[in-house]
Design a protein around this ligand. Structure first.
Ligand code: SAM
Ligand code: SF4
Length: 580
């Protein structure tokens, strides 16, 4: 049985992929892929490391600068209130109407008028937040904001938050404690610092945030980012809260990034194609904080991708909370699937690579499998979360698939694309998880031979069904299981990487490496690859023979262009068949 992909999407460097692992030497931004970590964005911030998560040193991410340690104020009460207030993800309120901005494109400098204000955005969590932070930065650039390198220098500090686990939510309050001190210091100097909280904690807690942290001037939910400039203008009169689910499509109102901003973010980019989730796994807050599943229309996505590619982007990762459930309006009036969208995007001249994340096993449709077989631009690496190897736990989680269903999806993928590798997400210590259930998860890891995976201790989220389930697993048991699972995943990942040695991969050159003359690129499996190359070649895809596995990257030798390119999966002949 085959293997895995990492959370696609992670990127860092303005546009790369990120990982939850410890930063690599020479890869200051190598962080784990999603969830719970923090990163800064463009105007550009920095990120930091997620809590624990398993591993993958190979999925880079941006590290966020910590802005400080403050008093921790539990966010849970507020979250409970939100989730219990009777509002469901399908009940969308009418949001404030705003004037539509022309989509496009003058340079930031031309758009700005008056003295520049400085913004610092710190983003936590998944790749959706990375993308959102960029779009907020774009909206603010259109208003004349430029990036502040550190929060101390900023007129506006935005925390783009994650509520997926308690620890991620807690970080917001400790950061707010530090920001309060900075804000008071700025006031003593006669300078106004505005502090905003965006993202899923903002959506979940709303006004509760201001009640607990009165230093906050603005609370803005993910569906209201297009209103950011107007909301900021109102903060002069007092704290502003906007957590409405807008009826208008925020993407129609968000300013597009300038060409300069796109270039500064690098040669890879995320594009949100779908938001929200209708699946309601019993542990997960996403359906409550991000709302019901909504897909963007095909041609708006095509236009955004074209614009990115015109500015030098070579690889696009389509993102969504349930991206393979995509069902967007096509130009022919029909509803298009993700497979059809991918096929359309693969025709965009200059776009070399496509990825998508995050997927649900139940939505691996036949046409999507065929896309993996038929579209050379679609990279053979897929993040396919499974959460548990135990049918009993999968049922309690309301995953709506069994272990056998998951294994069947993996087999079908491997049949369609033998070079495929997989990554996944796991939760240990879900309520009622027995030792036998946990062993079933370890068995699944051994059977599928994931190339990478992320694992988390179950974190009760107020308002979700699992938080009220009996038989919560003791913290010490969760910790022990997490350590054991991570060790197993690390072994699989090391084996996967070892199988890469001697292979020839097409490597997308992304940025200068650690040493003079060295460049860092990305393999089809999202592994950072160090290779000697010229900085002028950033954005090129070059054949590289992999010589060595380092702690956080592969080391390779560039081959002449006429050499055969990628020879397929590192495990095509061994991993896939050996595990099958
Ligand atoms: N939509 C994706 C799917 O269905 O697999 C996952 C999206 S979720 C934002 C990302 C990951 O966070 C999940 O796959 C799960 O492993 C983890 N996660 C979500 N809620 C969690 C919780 N309450 N405790 C621990 N991990 C959680
Ligand atoms: Fe959360 Fe489940 Fe939806 Fe994924 S499918 S976002 S885990 S509710």
């Amino acid at each position: 049985m085959p293997t895995t992909p990492p959370a696609a999407g992670e990127r860092r460097n303005p546009s790369a992929h990120r990982a939850d692992a410890a930063p690599a030497p020479g890869h200051p931004h190598v962080v784990s892929p999603h969830y719970g970590d923090a990163k800064t964005v463009s105007p550009s911030l920095s990120g930091h490391n997620p809590e624990r998560k398993t591993a993958p040193p190979f999925i880079p991410g941006r590290r966020a600068r910590r802005v400080g340690t403050g008093e921790f104020l539990s966010p849970q009460k507020g979250a409970k209130r939100l989730l219990h207030d009777g509002r469901t993800s399908k009940q969308r309120k009418i949001g404030t109407l705003i004037e539509k901005k022309p989509q496009g494109a003058e340079d930031d400098a031309e758009r700005a008028s008056g003295p520049r204000k400085r913004v610092f955005i710190k983003s936590f969590g998944c790749q959706m937040n990375v993308y959102d932070a960029q779009r907020m930065a774009d909206a603010l650039a259109a208003e004349g904001y430029v990036e502040a390198a550190v929060p101390e220098d900023a007129d506006l500090v935005l925390l783009n938050t994650c509520n997926i686990r308690e620890k991620a939510a807690e970080k917001v309050y400790s950061d707010l404690g530090r920001l309060r001190v900075l804000k008071e210091g700025a006031a003593r100097e006669g300078r106004r610092m505005t502090i905003g909280v965006a993202g899923c904690v903002a959506q979940a807690e709303g006004a509760e945030i201001v009640a607990r942290a009165p230093t906050v001037d603005l609370v803005v939910g993910p569906q209201s980012y297009h209103r950011l400039p107007a909301l900021l203008a109102r903060t002069a009169k007092g704290a502003v809260i906007d957590t409405d689910f807008a009826t208008e499509d925020k993407f129609d109102f968000l300013a597009q990034p300038s060409r300069a901003a796109i270039r500064a973010r690098g040669v890879t980019a995320f594009v949100t194609v779908q938001e929200g989730c209708d699946k309601f796994c019993t542990f997960c807050v996403v359906p409550y904080t991000r709302g019901a599943e909504v897909s963007r229309p095909v041609m708006k996505i095509v236009a955004e991708v074209r614009r990115l590619v015109d500015a030098g982007v070579r690889e696009v990762t389509l993102i969504g909370q349930n991206v393979n459930a995509y069902h967007g309006a096509g130009p022919d009036g029909a509803t298009w699937s993700l497979a059809r969208l991918l096929a359309r995007l693969s025709e965009v001249p200059g776009l070399a690579r496509l990825r998508y994340t995050t997927s649900h096993p139940n939505d691996m449709s036949d046409d999507l499998l065929a896309a993996h077989r038929d579209l050379p631009a679609l990279m053979p690496f897929l993040h396919l979360p499974v959460q548990s190897g135990s049918d009993r736990m999968l049922a309690a989680m309301n995953r709506r698939h069994t272990r056998a269903d998951y294994l069947r999806a993996v087999e079908r993928l491997a049949a369609a694309q033998p070079a495929i590798a997989l990554s996944s997400d796991f939760i240990v210590g879900f309520p009622g998880e027995s030792d036998a259930d946990f062993r079933a998860t370890l068995d699944l890891v051994a059977e599928v031979r994931f190339a990478a995976a992320y694992s988390f201790k179950y974190s009760p989220r107020p308002g979700t069904p699992a938080a009220d389930m009996a038989a919560q697993v003791p913290e010490a048991v969760k910790s022990a299981r997490l350590a054991e699972l991570q060790a197993a995943i690390d072994r699989e990942q090391a084996a996967f990487n070892a199988r890469c040695v001697g292979r020839i991969f097409d490597v997308l050159l992304e940025k200068p490496g650690r040493h003079p003359g060295q460049m860092t690129g990305r393999s089809p499996y999202l592994q950072p690859v160090q290779v000697m190359a010229d900085a002028a070649e950033i954005g090129s895809i070059v054949p590289v023979r992999i010589d060595e596995v380092r702690v956080y990257s592969l080391l390779g030798r560039r081959l002449p262009a006429q050499n055969p390119t990628t020879d397929g999966a590192p495990h095509r002949s061994d991993a896939l068949t050996a595990g099958a």
